[in-house]
Design a protein around this ligand. Sequence first.
Ligand SMILES: Cc1cc2nc3c(=O)[nH]c(=O)nc-3n(C[C@H](O)[C@H](O)[C@H](O)COP(=O)(O)OP(=O)(O)OC[C@H]3O[C@@H](n4cnc5c(N)ncnc54)[C@H](O)[C@@H]3O)c2cc1C
Length: 431
Amino acid sequence: MSEKFDAIVVGAGVSGLAAAYVMATNGLNVAIIERGRKPGAKNVMGGVLYRKMMEEIIPEFWKEAPLERPIIEQNFWLLDHNSVVKTGYRGMEWADMPHNNYTVFRGKFDQWFAEKCVQAGALLINETAVKHCIVKDGRVIGVETDRPEGDLYADAVILADGVNSLLAKELGLHTEWRKDEVALAVMEVLKLSADKIEERFHLNRGMGATIELFGDGTDGMVGTAYVYTNQNHISIGCGALLSQMSERTTTPYELLERFKQHPMIKPLIEGAEPCEYYAHLIPEGGYRSVPPLVRDGVLVVGDAAQLVNGIHREGSNLAMTSGRFAAETVIRAKEANRFDRQTLSHYERLVRESFIMKDLKKYKTASKTLEDNPDYFHHYLPAVNDAMKEMFTVDGVSKSEKQKKIIKRFLRNKSVLGAARDGIKLLWAVK
Ligand SMILES: Cc1cc2nc3c(=O)[nH]c(=O)nc-3n(C[C@H](O)[C@H](O)[C@H](O)COP(=O)(O)OP(=O)(O)OC[C@H]3O[C@@H](n4cnc5c(N)ncnc54)[C@H](O)[C@@H]3O)c2cc1C
C-alpha cells in the first residue's frame, strides 16, 4: 500500500468527503481512509443538512442525493414537566426548490457522497483505521494505517476524523477535550408511516418539520432535545454537556426514555417502532476550544477542530465548509508546491473570515453562561411556562393582578437586581 498521493483525507464524514470531492474534481490525486465498513456506517446526526453549504460543493445535489424531507417548519419549545411554551416558523417558500434544509440519514447520505468522490477520481479505502500521522523533520508526510505495510504518503494530510480527534491530539494540536467541551448525545430512529407523520406534524405530503426543545427534555441540563421528521421515520434525541451528564445517576438511555414519555412528546411518537439507537459526542467547546487548524503538512477540519455551533444545532454545514476551505488551500499549495504551515495557514484565514468563526465568536460565552447558572433552566424556564398559564387561564382574576403574580413568580428566591443581572448575562451571551 506504500504509495504517494497529493492529499490523504482521514475520515469519510461530511467534512472529509467535502474536502476529497473538491480536491478530486480539481485534478488532485486523493485517498480517503475510513475506518468504518463503509462511509456513514459510524456517523451519527439528527440530522438536518443545510442546502447552501452542500450546494457550494455539489451544485444541485438535491436532484440526486438521498434526502428525507425538506424542512418547512422549525420549532423551538421551552419544555417544563407538564407544559410547553412554543415558538417557531413555518414558511411556504421553504417548500419550493431549492429548499432551505433537509433531514437526511447519514448512513445513506455519506455513502452517496463518497460515491461522488470516487466518480471524481478519489480512492476510497474502507475498513482501515489511521493509527498515527507519519512525521519527518517536524512535517506530516503521510499516515500509518492498521493494514500490514499500510503506510501511505502525501503532500498534505487532512484530519477529518471526527470529535475524538486522536490524531490532532497526538500531533499536540490540542489536549484531551474537557468534559464541558463535549456533549453526550443519544438518539433513536423510530419507524412511523408517512401518513401518520404528516397528520401529527400538520404537514403537506413530503414536507418536514423539526422541533428543538430546551428544559425538561434534558432534565434541565445544558443541552437540547429534538424531534425531526424523515420520510417514514422520526429521529428523536437529546444531549447535554458531558460535565453535567456524568454527575447524574440517570444513564443517557434513561434520559431519552424519559423524554419519550413526556406528555408533549408521547402523542407524536405513539405506535412508532424503535429501529436504531446511537450515542455519540458532539464538540461543544465553541470558539475558545478551536485548536490551531494547521501544522506543516496537515490541516484539521469539522468536528475534529471543534467546529460546531451548538446554539443553532449546526455542525454538518461547518464541517462541509471547513472541508471545502481545506481543499481549496491544498489546491493552492499544490500550485506553489509548498505545504509548510505558513502556506497552509490560508485555510485558517478562510475559516476565520467566514460565518464559521464569526458565529462561534458570537456565542463564545453562551454555553458557559448557561452552565454556570442552573437557574436559567430550573427557575426561569418554568417561570415562563407559569406566566403563559397564568395569562391564558380565564378565572376572573384581573390581568394586572395576574401580571403582579407573574413578576412575583419570576422573583421567587431572587432579588430584582439578581434577576436583572441574570437577564443581562443571558442577553450578553447571545448578543
Ligand atoms: C446526535 C447528533 C445529532 C446531530 N444533529 C445534527 C444536525 O441535525 N445538523 C447538523 O448540522 N449537525 C448535527 N450534528 C453534528 C454533525 O453530525 C457533525 O458536526 C458532523 O457530522 C461532523 O462531520 P465530520 O466529518 O467532521 O465528522 P464525522 O461525521 O464524525 O466523521 C468522522 C469520520 O472519521 C472516521 N474516523 C475516525 N477516526 C478515524 C481513523 N483513525 N481512521 C479512519 N477513519 C476515522 C469515522 O469513522 C467517521 O466516518 C449532530 C451530531 C450528533 C452526535
